[in-house]
Design a protein around this ligand. Structure first.
Ligand SMILES: Cc1cc2nc3c(=O)[nH]c(=O)nc-3n(C[C@H](O)[C@H](O)[C@H](O)COP(=O)(O)OP(=O)(O)OC[C@H]3O[C@@H](n4cnc5c(N)ncnc54)[C@H](O)[C@@H]3O)c2cc1C
Length: 461
């Protein structure tokens, strides 16, 4: 007898799950119905900064698969249709067609919740004024581009200095704007330790971006036309013709909460390793993945909420395999993330110092400077690598890298080492590739590992 899979959310996690389930199960065995309240499916929000900045010229280049392409693969995709209630006891969801307002119930045998995350939008005076933009969806990106096209002024304020904030600062710089970044933290990129964040801060200042740290936005000021004219903090006002919000996200789990499904302390759904939602209410029939779930941090052993497309796609793949009667697991993350501002590359994996302290780990840190290529080879650029190792065992705990070309993806070596729970001593023996155009004879990650070995030995590790 045919089963029905219902998917809520038509982007990375949801449609990866639906597509993988379809690969494993024919339409006669598994009917797939997917609900998406927006106007796009399977799009890359990650590409929005590069579309706004002009490196990517066409919006549609960011769409991996259109609704028609999904439908051609026997996925009954209902666009502009919002799921308004999950009824786990009767295994059904209620949806509303956003155009007609018509509501209906759809029964499921298996349910996937992939509702993503909601961008934070503090209730500041003026936050809804024309000219204040989020960048979560392609619609948001288009609205921002329209605003940039419609205003003569060339002053932009970005609120928030996480990776989305710094990427948007670059995009606006490329568009010829004078850019100010207003940031609550001591340094940009709070996913780094402050000493590494300071390198990012100084580099961004060097690019002509005005960095305002330790500043809380109190209101958005508007002009006579009602549109944004400045961003106010407690101490100053920053003139703005356009404002971009990049202040983080929260898991979109209101539906799940209302249905009584289990949420963790960060507000994300709790799943097991197969991405099946835990607990009696889900009754083994509900899976969840992407930005709406919490994940296990394999280094600290803590649950975390990390909103990244790389995880969402993997979750979708795992869910699709499991609902398609295969078997797959998502064991957890080590916290790897990369981004860039102009030619400055920023990477991190594992624990920051404050994360290590929070879980009671004693650690050593080392920071080294090295180059991306052999020092004598043209184009060799400086990079700074910071490494944390556990004091007693020498286990690698985290790595952060700030540098120019070739810096960011070096963090992947550390991500593998963290996953394998390697010590920094074991890392020094890693057989990494070397030729002058690619690295010095000792790769910067290995130089940091050697120095970390010495630090751990010195303190009796
Ligand atoms: C500007 C920007 C840059 C980024 N850059 C990177 C990057 O470089 N690297 C990286 O790894 N990640 C990046 N990300 C994060 C990445 O885009 C997200 O982690 C990823 O999209 C999450 O996928 P998801 O499927 O979980 O959620 P989403 O992509 O948010 O999709 C959830 C979908 O569910 C729909 N939905 C929600 N509730 C309902 C409902 N009740 N009924 C019907 N539909 C519903 C929403 O409309 C949405 O389309 C970036 C994000 C942004 C905004």
């Amino acid at each position: 007898m045919s089963e029905r899979l219902v998917v809520i959310g038509g982007d990375a996690a949801g449609m990866s799950a639906a597509s993988q389930a379809r690969r494993l199960k024919a339409p006669e065995e598994l009917e797939i119905v997917a609900f998406e309240r927006g106007s796009f499916t399977s799009f890359s929000a990650c590409g929005i900064p590069y579309w706004v900045g002009g490196e990517v010229s066409e919006r549609d280049d960011l769409i991996a698969r259109t609704p028609e392409e999904h439908r051609a693969r026997a996925i009954d995709l209902r666009m502009r249709t919002e799921v308004t209630e999950i009824d786990p006891a009767r295994r059904r969801v209620r949806s509303r067609d956003l155009a007609s307002g018509a509501e209906e119930w759809t029964a499921y045998d298996k349910l996937v919740i992939a509702t993503g995350a909601r961008p934070l939008r503090p209730p500041l005076p003026g936050i809804d004024a024309p000219g204040v933009h989020g960048v979560q969806t392609l619609g948001d990106g288009q609205a921002l581009l329209d605003r940039l096209g419609a205003t003569e002024g060339r002053r932009a304020v970005v609120i928030g200095a996480g990776y989305i904030g710094v990427e948007m600062a670059e995009a606006l710089l490329h568009r010829g704007y004078e850019v100010t970044v207003v940031n609550r933290g001591e340094q940009p990129m709070s996913t780094l330790d402050p000493d590494m964040g300071r390198l990012v801060n100084d580099a961004m200042s060097g690019m002509g971006i005005t960095m305002v740290n330790d500043a809380e936005v109190t209101k958005i000021l508007t002009g006579e036309d009602g549109a944004v004219r400045a961003v106010a903090t407690e101490d100053a006002e920053y003139p703005a013709d356009v404002v971009v919000l990049g202040i983080g996200v929260r898991p979109e789990t209101e539906l799940a909460r209302a249905a009584g499904l289990p949420l963790g302390e960060h507000g994300g759904l709790l799943t097991d390793l197969s991405m099946r939602v835990r607990g009696p209410v889900a009754d083994g029939a509900v899976w969840a993945g992407g930005d709406c779930v919490e994940v296990l941090d394999l280094v600290s052993g803590q649950q975390r909420h990390i909103a990244l497309g790389t995880h969402a796609n993997k979750h979708g793949q795992v869910i699709g395999s499991n609902v398609g009667d295969g078997y797959a697991t998502f064991p957890g993350v080590v916290g790897t993330a990369v981004s860039k501002v102009c030619d400055l590359e920023i990477a991190r994996t594992g624990l920051r110092e404050k994360d290590a302290r929070a879980v009671g780990l004693r650690y050593e840190t080392v920071t080294i400077e090295s180059t991306s290529r052999a020092g004598y080879y043209p184009g060799a650029a400086l990079m700074t690598v910071k490494m944390l190792a556990e004091r007693r065992t020498g286990r690698l705990l985290g790595t952060q890298i700030v540098g120019r070309e070739g810096a960011a993806k070096r963090v992947d070596v550390a991500a593998v080492a963290l996953t394998a729970r390697m010590t920094v001593e074991q890392m020094t023996a890693l057989d990494l590739g070397y030729a002058p155009p690619f690295s010095p004879v000792w790769d910067p990650v290995l130089v940091a590992a050697r120095k970390a070995v010495a630090a751990v030995r010195r303190t009796g590790g």
